[in-house]
Design a binder for this molecule. Structure first.
Ligand SMILES: [Zn+2]
Length: 582
């Protein structure tokens, strides 16, 4: 049974490629039922600190492709390799429960570093993994998590380690071809500024990652010290026959001779470790950050090492572009100033976040909005939902929507009654999260079909509320006046007074979101002697803007605010009358 290409979006095209590659590797099996091999897609995450929201692309890209392959009926494994046996490089700034004393652990495996004070988790890696695991569950990402600490220390890679040591001269020769070309060392995506900072600091990651050797020659393996647990060790001799390895530690002076065939406290250097795992797991698809497109990148070097040393194949590995964050407020950055996927999921629903990744090709960069832009994004999403519902969405847009709202396993939870995010945000802004008041206002938005319980509007309501509370600066919050602005009311001319009277006279009759919209736009029309459905002229627009500004001043003491119909509903008819001098 050959797979037809649907060719609707980038996910489908990669799924086509990955299935074809899996078939090429195991001819006739990939699409033929029970004996078909499982198709492996992979991601790698380093729990070296709070996992940056930008790194979610490392997971979402293979997730979406794996999910499409699963939808077509193939068996897929999406591996997430937790690179928790990596060395602890530096103490991230501003993480709660962590101070400079953590610097003494630099050089140990991430799983040997104590968790931040007060953590419920046994070590550093587990602590930061937990937050990511929770976010992935909410996002509907199905995966097999693999702890590299567990893999290495249980000896799962013993044969691969011995093989790499045996062929160290060949590995060294391959690496030598690239050594003059400077390249970023690690695969994981980092925020641009951090990557630049590390490059400027000359962090030494590049040399440590390919395992350049000392006077005894090159070794692609680094033991963690038996006394201080750090990786500041130098292999001084190795015997291929007996697998006896001797190392000394430059940090504490400890040294010992071990038998590598039964010693499991160390790891292959990154540039050898990654291709080893491609071969070991049979990875067919694994993307990496765009900083790996350079000639000496670990993806390129790994391609040669996996073929020539491990007799395996390089995965299909698109480079993905950076994902930026717009306008994350300082106040919510309690975890080292790093926006995490968990932070995003507090202000937006999982389908929306999935959609941001699904609709852009991996090589396109984009920003995740924590600022006002999130309201426009939600408007766009709601329009797409409407188009999908009436069948007018373009195929690629419909595909992205489908990937956002469901996986092969089923539908993601949705808000039963998805009111506009900007309306919910305005209501939350004005009511300061007061439930009774919120229900009163939401119930009046559409009197013909009133909201009767806040649960209908959740979780979107909660996300909008959280956004208002954590991301909108105090000076942009809406504070409804307690007392009328007597001075402003007294200064109005006849036309100003007349506009307020027209509005107040129409309030009862127009008390709904649609009704009030008609009313606030209609008052200036009536004053200009135009029909209520008249096309706006430039003069009329000027009059409308002036009228709106007057209302904002009288209601909230500013030039602008939430959309007026929402604001009027939120303030309530009695208080509107009082503040407008009625
Ligand atoms: Zn030591």
């Amino acid at each position: 049974m050959a797979q037809q290409s649907t060719e609707t979006d980038w996910v489908s095209r990669f799924a086509d490629e990955v299935i074809a590659e899996a078939e090429r590797r195991a001819p006739g099996k990939a699409a033929s039922g029970a004996s078909a091999p499982v198709i492996v897609c992979a991601s790698g995450l380093s729990p070296s600190g709070p996992i940056h929201l930008g790194n979610l692309r490392e997971v979402m890209t293979p997730h979406l492709v794996a999910d499409e392959i699963r939808r077509r009926g193939h068996e897929v494994r999406h591996l997430i390799s937790w690179d928790d046996y990596d060395r602890y490089r530096k103490v991230p700034a501003g993480v709660e429960g962590v101070d400079e004393s953590w610097a003494e652990h630099i050089g140990k495996p991430l799983t040997s570093v104590p968790a931040p004070a007060g953590s419920a988790y046994p070590n550093w890696a587990e602590h930061f993994k937990a937050a990511m695991t929770e976010a992935l569950a909410e996002l509907g990402v199905e995966y097999d998590g693999i702890s590299q600490t567990a893999q290495y220390t249980s000896g799962v890679y013993r044969d691969q380690v011995l093989h790499a040591m045996k062929h160290r001269a060949d590995i060294d020769a391959i690496l030598a071809q690239y050594r003059t070309k400077k390249a970023p060392a690690k695969k994981s995506q980092k925020p641009v500024d951090e990557a630049e900072l590390e490059a400027a600091e000359g962090s030494g990651a590049a040399s440590e990652d390919d395992g350049s050797g000392g006077s005894a020659g090159y070794f692609p393996y680094k033991p963690y010290c038996g006394q201080c647990e750090k990786d500041l060790t130098t292999v001084t001799s190795y015997d291929d026959e007996t697998t006896e390895l001797t190392y000394t530690c430059t940090a504490c002076g400890f040294g010992e001779t071990v038998r590598l065939s039964e010693f499991h406290r160390g790891k292959l250097v990154w540039k050898v470790d990654w291709p080893m795992r491609w071969a070991y797991e049979g990875v067919v698809f694994e993307p990496s950050g765009v900083d790996h497109s350079s000639p000496g990148s670990s993806f390129v070097v790994g391609g040669q090492i996996v073929r020539e040393i491990f007799d395996g194949a390089q995965p299909i590995g698109p480079m993905y572009a950076f994902v930026g964050i717009s306008g994350m407020a300082k106040m919510s950055s309690s975890r080292g100033g790093v926006p995490t996927p968990g932070d995003a999921l507090q202000i937006m629903e999982a389908p929306l976040l999935r959609w941001l990744y699904a609709r852009r090709k991996p090589n396109q960069s984009f920003k995740i909005a924590f600022d006002q832009e999130i309201q426009r994004l939600y408007d766009e999403w709601d329009k797409l939902e409407a188009k999908v519902a009436d069948g007018s969405a373009l195929p690629a847009d419909a595909a992205a929507h489908s990937r956002a709202v469901r996986t092969a396993a089923g539908e993601l939870p949705r808000t039963p009654r998805p009111l506009p995010y900007r309306t919910l945000a305005s209501v939350a802004d004005i009511t300061a999260g007061h439930d009774e008041q919120t229900l009163r206002i939401l119930g009046e938005l559409d009197p013909a079909n009133p909201v009767t319980s806040l649960d209908e509007t959740r979780p979107r309501l909660d996300k909008a509320e959280h956004w208002i509370n954590t991301q909108v600066p105090a000076d942009q919050r809406t504070i409804v006046r307690d007392e009328p602005d007597a001075e402003l009311l007294a200064s109005l001319d006849d036309q100003g007074r007349e506009s307020l009277r027209l509005l107040l006279d129409g309030l009862d009759e127009h008390w709904s979101l649609d009704g009030l919209t008609t009313l606030v736009y209609g008052v200036p029309k009536v004053q200009a002697g135009l029909a209520p459905d008249a096309k706006p002229t430039p003069e009329l627009k000027v009059a409308q803007r002036a009228f709106f500004a007057l209302l904002y001043h009288l209601l909230v003491g500013r030039d602008t605010g939430p959309r007026l119909p929402t604001l009027l509903l939120a303030v309530g008819a009695d208080r509107v009358r009082k503040l407008l001098g009625g």
